[in-house]
Design a protein around this ligand. Structure first.
Ligand SMILES: Cc1ncc(COP(=O)(O)O)c(C=O)c1O
Length: 384
């Protein structure tokens, strides 16, 4: 079926200083690792950037007034979440936000909890901030990864001050349900933990039965202990432009967060603001088509993995990332094995769970098919 946006169109990213593609420069390895997509951003975004370039003056910039309103409107329309403009803090990246959060909450050597497997900066930010990392594994219940709150409760100590949550979750693709969020939040309340909720993948819910619920929407009391981080970067494929934001309603937390940024965190790039504003205002038709395209890619991955000896995966509710268990395949270093087969995946060990790989299906379907074929062939050769 043809769509107004042609996600099948080949756009050569070689020689464009792409982190994803440069890793395998000069070799025949299909890069399905770092979380950006191979698609051009919505045409309106590209056009707005052209217009801004044509202006020709690129001085210091502050967040346009209208961008705050745009974010307020987006959060209201998408989730029914009413935020005040003064709760917003602009950031040049979400990872920056995670690190600032760890520095803003508690004291040196305090504990920061997170569930693993997890996007690696959740594990490095506490350590880089002089905090100690406390973690527990998610567990697989049927085909869904779930939070083990008993384990969380046992892992934390009186010095644990902060809980880093990823919702929707990278790398498992879970969209946490209201009940799961409520149980997690109740535990945070019982132990007086600040919650940092990274919601960067919230615009990429693929499963029509799931809805993203911002943690801070559960109740005013939970909002009071929550730092929400979000960005248009994953949804509209503009991560190279670095425009993200924090929403913090608690004045004390807001002040401490800004304090930890002072003198260190640079302003957001002016193109980041332009792209963010345009994406949120005009990118919805593109996003809808993107989600359809990603759903089909996701199906393709699930079907192909089912036919791969020793591999299994779970349905992705959000994100364009599949989390694949290779432990029954009899391969020692799965990411290396698939690289040698011509496919570059992320190594589960980096996410705290060796034996898994993460596959980014935010790419042209033909490329994805070729990558899946290479993976399947390599595994079948192994078992022959
Ligand atoms: C959960 C999560 N948070 C943050 C980021 C990165 O955010 P940024 O590029 O804005 O630092 C990613 C990128 O993959 C992510 O998956």
């Amino acid at each position: 079926m043809s769509t107004p946006f042609d996600f099948d169109k080949l756009v050569d990213r070689n020689g464009t200083a792409s982190l994803k593609w440069d890793k395998y420069k000069g070799s025949d390895i299909i890069p399905l690792w770092v979380a950006d997509m191979d698609f051009p951003s919505p045409p309106e975004v590209v056009e707005a950037l052209h217009e801004r370039v044509n202006h020709g003056v690129f001085g210091y910039t502050s967040a346009p007034e209208s961008l705050g309103e745009t974010v307020q409107t987006m959060l209201r329309q998408e989730y029914g979440w009413e935020i005040k403009r003064e709760w917003l803090i602009w950031l040049p990246g979400l990872v920056c936000g995670l690190n600032v959060t760890c520095r803003a909450v508690g004291e040196r050597n305090d504990g920061v909890f997170t569930f693993t497997p997890i996007y690696p900066p959740f594990m490095t930010a506490p350590v880089l901030s002089g905090r100690s990392l406390v973690s527990a594994h998610l567990y697989l219940h049927g085909t869904r990864w779930e939070m083990d709150l008993d384990k969380l409760e046992r892992a934390i100590t009186p010095r644990t001050r902060l809980l880093l949550l990823c919702n929707p979750h990278n790398p498992t693709g879970r969209v946490w349900s209201r009940k799961e969020l409520e149980d997690c939040a109740a535990l945070a309340e019982r132990h007086n933990l600040v919650i940092c909720s990274d919601e960067i993948h919230s615009g990429l819910v693929l499963d029509g039965r799931r809805r993203h619920i911002p943690m801070a929407m559960l109740s005013p009391e939970i909002a009071d202990r929550t730092i929400t981080l979000n960005a248009p970067s994953k949804t509209y494929n503009i991560p190279g432009l670095g425009c993200s934001f924090a929403v913090i309603s608690n004045p004390g937390l807001h002040r401490d967060f800004r304090g930890a940024m002072n003198g260190i965190v640079p302003h957001v790039n002016l193109f980041g603001y332009v792209a963010a504003q345009t994406a949120y205002q005009y990118g919805e038709p593109w996003r809808r088509d993107l989600l359809d395209y990603l759903r089909s890619n996701h199906e393709l991955v699930c079907q192909a993995v089912e036919d791969m000896p020793g591999l299994s995966t779970t349905p992705v509710e959000a994100t364009y990332l599949s989390w694949i268990d290779t432990r029954q395949a009899g391969i020692e270093q799965p990411a290396r094995f698939f690289e040698q087969a011509g496919v570059g995946l992320s190594d589960g060990g980096d996410f705290g769970l060796p034996g898994f790989v993460r596959l980014n299906f935010g790419c042209r379907r033909e490329l994805l098919k070729e990558a899946l074929k290479r993976m399947g062939d390599a595994l079948r050769n192994l078992s022959n």
